[in-house]
Write a protein that binds this ligand. Structure first.
Ligand code: SF4
Length: 275
């Protein structure tokens, strides 16, 4: 892993995500190395010759976060990196930013695949509101090792949720991306339900930049579903996700699970002959 530093003028990016005013990405790059990483396009803003997942830039900004801008705004960490990646243990950059967010009294949501999130619970408790969201693409550690080799283990993430909950903090589970016929979303719900306030679901929305890599991953490790993937991603895209959305939503309603799938953005991202 090549670790460097870049100077920036601000950590804040205006967000178009619902209910989020700003996103903060303390790093460029991500050592979690998810096979489906949607943030790889960030490489073009760097001078790194190394492949995505092989470098990490620590973003340095001389200007502190300003309370007059952030007071009671909604801030999310992070959108194109994982703020609690293993290198954060030494750099403590996310922690320094969290101290500033406490000073600014911002509402904060953290999305991560790392158990390191629990280190900063003392700060989360001082925010006006906080939600810690852990993301899972499978409950099976064997799949996690293949698809997200640098991230926390399934057990570590469940333990992190439990610790957040036991400390009176709000929690969410993001079941994403859902790999057709692989992501055991009902089992993820079963394992996390006691420690989770809210569920969010997202589909494996393959963009051209990484579709080839993900299909090669499926061909290599899950050849028995390759035909299904070809069918979904070449012609039955909309109907597959509509059907799954309905199944998830019926299950959540019947079992009083706080969450609903909404794959509308996935439908609009892909035009197929079905439309
Ligand atoms: S944790 Fe997020 S940013 Fe990091 S590699 Fe995985 S998908 Fe990409």
């Amino acid at each position: 892993m090549i670790v460097g530093e870049v100077n920036i003028k601000t950590y804040l990016s205006k967000s178009k995500l619902p209910g989020v005013d700003y996103t903060i990405n303390p790093y460029v790059g991500c050592p979690h190395k998810c096979v489906y990483c949607y943030a790889e396009y960030m490489k073009k803003f760097t001078a790194h010759p190394e492949p995505w997942g092989e470098f990490l830039d620590v973003r340095r900004c001389p200007v502190p976060l300003r309370p007059y801008m952030l007071f009671h705004t909604h801030v999310m960490l992070s959108s194109v990196t994982d703020a609690y990646n293993p290198y954060e243990k030494d750099f403590r950059l996310t922690r320094k930013l969290m101290e500033q967010l406490v000073f600014c009294q911002a509402h904060v949501r953290v999305l991560t695949k790392s158990p390191l999130i629990v280190r900063d619970m003392d700060l989360f408790k001082k925010l006006p509101s906080f939600e810690g969201a852990l993301s899972f693409s499978s409950s099976k550690e064997s799949f996690r090792q293949l698809a997200e080799p640098g991230a926390g283990t399934v057990e570590e993430k469940i333990n992190a949720l439990k610790t957040l909950k036991e400390n009176g903090l709000s929690t969410a589970v993001v079941i994403a991306p859902i790999f057709p016929q692989i992501t055991d979303w009902k089992e993820i719900i079963r394992l996390t339900r006691p420690y989770t306030d809210r569920y969010h679901f997202d589909a494996l929305n393959m963009r051209p930049a990484y579709q080839k890599r993900v299909m090669q991953f499926i061909a290599r490790h899950f050849p028995h579903v390759l035909g299904l993937y070809a069918s979904i991603y070449e012609k039955e895209y909309i109907s597959y996700w509509r059907h799954l959305q309905q199944e998830i939503n019926d299950f959540c309603t019947q079992n009083h699970i706080p969450g609903q799938a909404d794959f509308k953005h996935v439908f609009s991202a892909r035009r197929t002959p079905e439309e």
